[in-house]
Design a protein around this ligand. Structure first.
Ligand SMILES: Nc1nc2c(ncn2[C@@H]2O[C@H](COP(=O)(O)OP(=O)(O)OP(=O)(O)O)[C@@H](O)[C@H]2O)c(=O)[nH]1
Ligand SMILES: [Mg+2]
Length: 368
């Protein structure tokens, strides 16, 4: 019987349209499970009223004074800063005490990409474990979206050491909604791990330590019959795997939860290490009540090559776009409208003994 591991508490926060859709899909998957769902909460935050009403979530927060950021990260930050007290007050009523917080957002939009890193930092200052679910744009998306994504990556990278798992998804893999569905299935599989074996269990502390491990993380899940070494490696190496392509074989924690007993296991750990890398820490549990085999790889190297390619594509186009923009603006008006000069005004360095993230966000309001 597949049900949530009742001792693992989680709060899912979706920021912007993509983030809200990813967690709405996760909520849908989790609600299909048997048993209680008291230990999980879902809330969507968006500047766009239209997008917010289109998504099926139990809790929604509309960020006032901004009806959609239209790709402008500065605009949504201003709106967040202006309403942060009310937003935090409401948000806190939806957060499950002692839970791990998962924040989902697209890296390329204007709302989620700007709000999520700030909210992550504020939640960290409130002592929560914070995991991120950022979504990379496809190569075919607009320059503005790709430019936003590379800026957002830098903010995530700076925050990385104080965060838990970063499940970076990649819209290059396949259809967007399919990515949402697959991720929802995978995270549900993790939250449903329930090992009941004398051969060894992946217990609560071990599941949490996989999720609390900083940097990039990947999940693979299969049913019991498909849980072979070869099949799991094949999924990891597929071009259409929904996670960003791994940089190298660095891995810090490998957690394996099997549906079967050690005797019936079809996972050869030695083969596995050869293909995916050797983790200093391994957890291995058997006889999960969920009937699934789940592998979590945590503390992977961030997908820098993927980001470098994205940044190069932006820079290549930026030059020509900037030149033509200059030509246009010099003739038609005196105002510069370079989309490449947008720099976050906030100091995005992790808390440096000075102002807290919340104080900094509010300072933005005063300085306007
Ligand atoms: N995987 C996935 N990607 C999505 C989804 N919706 C949008 N995206 C991607 O998200 C990026 C656009 O960001 P959105 O999340 O729509 O933007 P936003 O945060 O609402 O910000 P604004 O619309 O600018 O206010 C693009 O890269 C889209 O491909 C979704 O449901 N799933
Ligand atoms: Mg939007």
């Amino acid at each position: 019987m597949k049900k949530l591991n009742t001792r693992l508490k989680s709060t899912f926060i979706g920021c912007g349209q993509c983030g809200c859709q990813v967690i709405a899909e996760t909520a849908r998957k989790i609600m299909e499970l048997d048993g209680t769902k008291d230990n999980v909460s879902f809330v969507g935050i968006n500047t766009s009223m239209e997008d917010l009403s289109a998504v099926n979530l139990p809790h929604k927060i509309h960020v006032k004074d901004c009806n959609g950021a239209a790709g402008n990260r500065e605009r949504s930050l201003d709106a967040l800063a202006g309403n942060i007290d009310e937003i935090l007050e409401e948000l806190q009523t939806y957060i499950i005490k002692g839970s791990i917080i998962f924040i989902a957002f697209s890296m390329g939009g204007g709302t989620g990409s700007a709000m999520a890193p700030i909210l992550a930092r504020i939640m960290r200052e409130m002592e929560y474990t914070v995991c991120l679910i950022p979504v990379l744009p496809a190569d075919s998306e607009s320059l503005k979206i790709r430019d936003n994504a590379r800026q957002t990556f830098n903010e995530i990278e700076e925050l990385k050491p104080v965060l838990g798992s970063i499940f970076m998804l990649d819209n290059n893999a396949t259809d967007k909604l399919q990515i949402n569905r697959i991720f929802a299935t995978l995270i549900t599989a993790v939250l449903s791990i329930n090992n009941k074996s004398q051969d060894g269990n992946m217990d609560l502390a071990e599941i949490e330590s996989c999720l609390q491990c900083p940097s990039f993380s990947i999940i693979v899940a299969t049913n019991a019959a498909n849980g072979t070494t070869g099949h799991i490696i094949d999924i990891l190496e597929r071009e259409n795997n929904i996670f960003a392509k791994r940089e190298d074989k660095t891995v810090t924690i490998m957690g394996i939860s099997e549906a079967v007993s050690a005797k019936d296991s079809k996972i050869d750990v030695v083969e596995f290490r050869k293909a995916i890398g050797t983790a200093p820490t391994e957890y291995h549990g058997y006889l999960s009540e969920s009937g699934e085999n789940v592998v979590i790889l945590s503390g992977l190297m961030m997908p820098y090559s993927r980001i470098d390619t994205l940044a190069e594509s932006v820079e290549k186009e930026a030059e020509s776009v900037q030149n033509s923009l200059k030509a246009l603006t010099e003739v038609r008006s005196g105002t510069s409208s370079s989309i490449f000069s947008v720099k976050p005004k906030l100091d995005h360095k992790p808390t440096n003994g000075g102002l807290s993230a919340l104080e900094k966000l509010k300072a933005r309001r005063i300085s306007k």
